[in-house]
Design a protein. Structure first.
Length: 408
């Protein structure tokens, strides 16, 4: 009996020990589950000094995001340049067309309207750039003064000076916008003050550099019309189709003369070429939207199949030298027209305006039949014919498939 009692007591003790151990293990497992959290908290405390910099960086990035300041090539070279070209269209370009029409029809009011429109080219460009950079109202309106000063002090390279200075002044204005209780004073003061001071300091140098580069290109084209005609035609034409502004580039470099004629040839080859080559897919709507609008509409298709770009590029490489060597076609109108091609027939109107300017200056006696034949062949007939034939060849060998040129 005593042995049995002892065995029962021993079993009871063992059971109690097991219960205690299980309780301890449960407590330990809970601690282990809690420990990582404690360890992370302790690690954070220990690494506070090391995390200070990233926090500050994220705070600065958040500040830039709040101010809608995006430092990127797309924002400054694509968005801003495209907007600058729109500003030029809505002032200098349309003004030139209206005043030229007034001169031809002898209507003084049209000449006056055109003159006023051309006179606000600088402010129009700067406001357009600020709009593209999503500037708040006070910064946007302040760019009127900045554009006027940069374009005036930049001389022949005024558009490039406006581009650079308007971007800087806009971003500085955005930094201080709505940060003080006297925002209506501070924001215009910073925007206009920085922009005009920069115009006085660097606009003449930017203008001189841009003008010198443009002169170099024009001089080289006069000296080597075949190679430079081909080079200028291809490069400016490619720029027109890319999501950058060929018109703004030509305006910034003051590209006129024989080089301007080559640029018109290259841009026309891209626009007319794509319009004709894609007629099978896009019919009349595509013909008009690309031929009189922009070949940039094909950019999405080019990314999918780059080979579709070859026929217009080859066409521009052919028409460029023909323009410079055979017809000696010059574009002596406003430089922006050199980068427009057949968009609204602005390139062709620019060539015609240049003829009138040359006659007025005494460097040209009259507009000849050969001038018109050259302009029509270079701008419309040759690009259409070359790209159409190359398009047929590329479709036959499978480089261009059905639907590759379809616009959405």
């Amino acid at each position: 009996m005593d042995n049995k009692l002892e065995e029962k007591e021993l079993k009871q003790q063992n059971n109690e020990d097991e219960i205690r151990n299980e309780t301890r293990s449960e407590n330990l497992s809970e601690d282990q589950r809690k420990d990582p959290i404690k360890d992370q908290t302790e690690d954070k405390k220990e690494s506070d000094g090391r995390e200070d910099n990233p926090k500050k960086q994220s705070g600065f990035k958040a500040f830039l995001e709040r101010k809608n300041i995006e430092i990127s090539p797309k924002r400054y070279f694509i968005d801003a340049m495209g907007a600058m070209a729109n500003g030029l269209f809505a002032s200098l370009l349309i003004g030139t067309i209206i005043s030229t029409l007034g001169q031809q029809l002898h209507v003084q009011i049209l000449i006056d309207i055109g003159t006023f429109a051309k006179g606000v080219a600088g402010p129009a460009m700067a406001v357009a750039i600020a709009y593209a950079l999503k500037a708040p109202p006070l910064v946007l309106f302040s760019m009127l003064a900045v554009g006027a000063s940069a374009n005036s002090l930049g001389g022949a390279g005024g558009p490039l000076a406006v581009l650079v200075i308007a971007i800087i002044a806009t971003e500085l204005g955005k930094l201080v916008s709505k940060e003080t209780k006297i925002d209506i004073l501070v924001t215009p003061l910073v925007s206009i003050g920085s922009g005009v001071l920069l115009s006085m300091g660097i606009a003449p140098y930017i203008g001189t550099a841009a003008s010198a580069l443009g002169q170099l290109i024009m001089w080289a084209t006069e000296l080597h019309p075949f190679m430079m005609g081909m080079l200028v035609s291809v490069l400016v034409g490619v720029a027109l189709t890319l999501p950058i502004s060929s018109a703004a580039i030509c305006a910034a470099l003051s590209l006129t003369g024989l080089a301007g004629g080559a640029a018109v040839a290259g841009c026309s080859a891209q626009m007319v070429g794509f319009a004709v080559m894609s007629y099978r897919e896009n019919k009349v709507g595509g013909l008009i939207s690309q031929g009189l609008g922009t070949s940039m509409l094909q950019m999405g298709n080019i990314v999918k199949n780059p080979r579709i770009w070859l026929p217009p590029i080859i066409a521009s490489a052919i028409t460029g030298p023909i323009a410079t060597c055979v017809f000696r076609m010059q574009m002596n109108g406003e430089a922006i027209s050199s980068g427009m091609g057949t968009c609204g027939l602005v390139g062709q109107i620019g060539v015609y305006t240049g003829w009138l300017n040359d006659i007025a200056e005494g460097t040209k006696t009259a507009i000849t039949a050969m001038d018109w034949i050259g302009l029509i062949l270079i701008s419309f007939v040759l690009p259409a014919l070359i790209t159409w034939l190359l398009g047929l060849l590329f479709r036959k060998i499978g480089w261009i498939r059905e639907g590759d040129l379809k616009l959405n």
